[in-house]
Ligand binder design. Structure first.
Ligand code: 3H9
Length: 716
């Protein structure tokens, strides 16, 4: 037998155990070992029944995703073949499941004749999140076990199903306390003793009868998921497979599933979604912060400021069960902030996603103070005051005095230099940036900004904390706008230039929305409010470099008192109470007028030009960020964009998408655009040029050479 699968004979029951840490992925070696073990056991007279189980933390996390696309060694069986062999066994086969049975792991269990799970087990078919469909019979066996409506829900969502619900649905036969392998061996012996007929999922038909020949059920399901699944191929492919299960004999249904699986596996969407899966896991690995760096325990936290950001940040702690003290300068500000927190939680309760009891527990974890003295015990303090360097330094000076010496002091700055903030303390090694995105209780991204002095322990603790409070933390270096907003700026300014040259807000927004972003730049601006940026630009006007092109369009919109949704008018107009942007002739006329004032003869701007002109500079800025050592991996930048800005996961983030487009193509277009417009932000990054010349992509880069990071030079 192979090392990846072991077999022990327990009084006539062969216990076949997957031995492939960390998740018992069903890679080449496991499949070969499993097939051999099944064949040996089914033909061994000393074996009456089989139990299939997994070693370590779980039954199986499914197919080994890292092997997708690689040719298997000769003789390696496909997973569907292994599972069919199991199901065909004349001897009873019981799955003993603990931890997780996911994807191919659950499909393996569905091929067994009985499924027992330890309490606390979770099962799922999450293939859809990887841009594929379950490809080892899952879309055909599951509907036969639990019926079409439940199978649509489980397979198209990819969500985890807790053991108890899985039992109710019929995915599992029993949930057992105690040793699940022991229970499975007992069940197998009982089946042999009693001659229990073998129940094969592929042979069940009765649950399908009610949906057979009813295309309207599937049409309606496709309709209801259209918003959630916008742009994604896999959810629709899952429905196609399940519809095949309803209407076709099992063998034809599996053939259809296989065909769809193979097609999607080779698709750019699946490549992108698999990249996203690994990128999310890579991001936690910091090249110069060892994995075993001792962490500071975070048992209590404090947040300075209870405005929109501070309140949202405090909610994250409370929701994760960490007591948090919120500081404000006045009781009035605290009361106001707390009322908003309570209102936010109440909205979740109203939607049925949180119990009243849990809401009360969370609110009970939030205490308030107007005195720095009450922050002495906090393990981590996150400052979320107004974005002003002098104010932040004053706060950090006070925190340094009030907080215990080993407390970490973090700033939720989105623009300021963390090193300068740290200089206001005697513990710069314990100072770091934690840039939350708005709304902070909802958005999953945290850009954790390392200062020059931030210690490995501080970094490791904050990265872990991000995970604890349900966020995805990405470590970035200090520069203007950090990773996300710096790239956003490069994209946003080209959009305004395109307006001057001939495009209209509605056209640009449509192109960006159709690309897959949640909304275009102008609808986004209206949602966020236009006045704050306007005030910042007014302050910066005197120091703005004269040689850089500047578009006044955004300022002129604000001069009309149009600040976005809050004034029912911005780049678009809004009906009172509605958030739907409506193109406004007033804006279109203003844009034309500005074109004329600046000597532009308005021209037809194509959708392709909009896409290239907005997205390529964004990628280009990402290349500069990499070269400056402000993010260690291109895939980290992808995570920033997927979680902070809703970059479509099926495109894998901007850097992965750039590789799909071709770095050379992007370089060529950037060079042309730079020649045509001369704008600084259109100048191809040296890294983009090098990769283009070498015929490589960002995926070919290892962790960037300029590591360890320093403060990057100003982009201008
Ligand atoms: C499938 O099954 C297709 C079939 O339908 C058809 C076939 C014909 N493969 O997440 P963690 C790695 S598609 C390869 O940090 P946790 C992961 O990258 C598959 N590697 O641990 C990480 O590596 P590293 C459907 C995998 O305890 C390490 O394991 N299945 C796989 O927080 C630990 O992972 C899924 O989509 C894999 N399948 O969570 C399940 N899974 O240490 C995907 C994990 O080098 N997996 N790795 O960074 C998960 O959801 C979680 O990993 C799991 C464990 C819940 C299992």
């Amino acid at each position: 037998m192979s090392d990846a699968v072991t077999v022990t004979n327990r009084d006539g029951v062969a216990v076949i155990t997957l031995q492939s840490p960390p998740v018992n992925g069903l890679g080449f070696a496991v499949r070969t070992g499993l097939q051999a073990a099944i064949e040996a056991a089914t033909s061994d007279d000393a074996v009456d029944a089989l139990v299939v189980t997994g070693s370590g933390k779980m039954f199986s996390g499914g197919a080994d995703i890292s092997e997708f696309g690689q040719p298997p060694p000769p003789g390696t069986p496909h997973l569907p073949t292994v599972i069919d062999t199991i199901e065909a066994s004349e001897k009873p086969v019981v799955a003993a499941i603990h931890g997780f049975a996911l994807g191919g792991g659950l499909e393996l269990a569905l091929g067994c004749h009985v499924r027992l799970a330890a309490a606390g087990t979770r099962v799922a078919l999450p293939e859809v999140t990887l841009g594929i469909v379950p490809g080892a019979g899952g879309t055909q066996r599951l509907p036969r076990l639990i019926g079409i409506p439940a199978a649509l829900d489980v397979i198209v969502s990819g969500n985890m199903v807790p053991a108890t619900r899985a039992r109710t649905l019929g995915i599992l036969d029993d949930v057992v306390d105690g040793d699940v392998v022991e229970a499975a061996v007992r069940r197998a012996r009982q089946m042999v003793r009693e001659g229990t007929p073998i129940r094969r999922a592929s042979a069940l038909e009765d649950r399908l009868a009610e949906t057979r020949g009813k295309p309207e059920i599937f049409a309606e399901f496709r309709q209801t998921m259209s918003r959630r699944a916008r742009g994604f191929e896999a959810p629709y492919a899952c429905v196609d497979c399940i519809e095949a299960a309803a209407n076709l004999p099992y063998a034809e249904g599996t053939a259809r599933e296989r065909e769809i699986f193979v097609r999607l596996l080779a698709s750019d969407q699946s490549k992108a979604q698999r990249h996203a899966f690994f990128a999310e896991r890579q991001v936690a690995k910091i090249p110069d912060v060892p994995k075993d760096t001792p962490l500071l325990p975070v048992k209590t936290a404090a947040v300075i400021g209870c405005g929109t950001m501070g309140g949202g940040i405090a909610m994250n702690f409370a929701s994760a069960g960490i007591p948090v003290t919120v500081f404000e300068v006045s009781q009035e500000a605290l009361d106001k902030g707390l009322a908003i927190i309570a209102k936010n939680y109440a909205a979740t309760v109203a939607k049925g996603r949180l119990s009243q009891e849990e809401m009360d527990t969370r609110l009970g974890l939030i205490s308030t103070t107007v005195s720095y003295d009450d922050l002495a015990d906090a393990d981590v303090v996150i400052e979320a005051v107004f974005e002003d360097m002098d104010l932040k330094k004053e706060v950090f000076g006070k925190l340094d005095t009030a907080c215990k010496p080993d407390a970490i002091l973090a700033s939720n700055t989105s623009t300021l230099d963390v090193d300068e903030i740290a200089s206001a303390t005697r513990r710069p090694d314990k100072v770091i940036g934690t840039h939350f995105f708005s709304p902070a209780n909802v958005m999953k991204l945290m850009e954790n900004v390392r200062g020059a002095a931030s210690s490995a322990q501080t970094i490791a603790t904050i990265m872990k904390l991000s995970k604890t409070i349900g966020k995805v933390g990405v470590l970035v270096g200090i520069c203007d706008g950090f990773v996300g907003n710096r790239m956003l700026y490069a994209y946003r300014r080209q959009a305004d230039f395109l307006l001057e040259e001939g495009a209209l807000p509605h056209q640009i927004d449509t192109v960006i929305y159709d690309f897959g972003m949640p909304m275009g730049p102008y609808a986004m601006g209206d949602l966020a409010g236009l006045d704050v940026g306007w005030r910042i630009r007014q302050r910066q006007a005197a120091t703005r470099p004269a040689h850089l092109r500047y578009s006044t369009v955004a300022d002129r919109i604000c001069e009309l008192g149009r600040f976005g949704q809050k004034t029912n008018a911005g780049w678009f107009r809004y009906e009172p109470g509605s958030r739907t942007p409506i193109p406004d002739p007033v804006v279109n006329d203003l844009v034309s007028q500005i074109s004329a004032e600046n000597g532009f003869t308005r021209r037809q701007v194509s959708d392709q030009e909009i896409l290239e002109r907005c997205m390529y500079p964004l990628v280009n800025e990402g290349a500069k960020i990499l070269e400056e050592g402000l993010a260690p991996r291109a895939s980290d930048i992808d995570v920033v964009w997927m979680y902070g800005y809703g970059f479509p996961r099926y495109r894998g983030g901007p850097m992965f998408w750039a590789d799909l487009v071709g770095v050379k193509t992007i370089y060529d277009v950037m060079s042309r655009l730079h020649d045509e417009h001369g704008d600084y932000w259109l100048e191809p990054a040296p890294l983009l040029k090098r990769l283009a010349e070498q015929g490589k992509g960002f995926g070919d880069l290892d962790v960037v050479a300029s590591f360890p990071w320093g403060s990057g030079p100003s982009p201008v």
